[in-house]
Design a protein around this ligand. Structure first.
Ligand SMILES: [Zn+2]
Length: 94
């Protein structure tokens, strides 16, 4: 379970790497062709479109990010699907 500030532990970062490898994700960067990725230190929080308004405390979709170490292109992977959160996913858990 990621910390309250969305940061990932070393084990959680490894879980992201293992999940991506297990799924057979193609590793060449679609922008520069490099195959040199790092896992971001924090989760990103994507919010659903709500008619142009930002809803504080509304639903969000936390995602782990892989960042190309050459060109900084960023890929997002849903944290719930990876298993970093339980489905229904509040920060208190499983
Ligand atoms: Zn790249």
């Amino acid at each position: 379970m990621p910390r309250g500030d969305g940061s990932l532990s070393k084990d959680e970062k490894q879980k992201v790497i293992d999940w991506v490898n297990e799924k057979g994700v193609h590793h060449n960067c679609p922008v520069c062709g490099s195959n040199n990725w790092g896992v971001g230190d924090h989760l990103l929080s994507g919010m659903p479109y709500m008619g142009g308004s930002i809803v504080a405390g509304g639903p969000s979709y936390p995602a782990a990010m892989l960042v190309c170490n050459n060109c900084a292109y960023t890929r997002h992977f849903m944290a719930v699907k990876i298993g970093l959160f339980s489905a229904g996913g509040s920060s208190d858990g499983e």
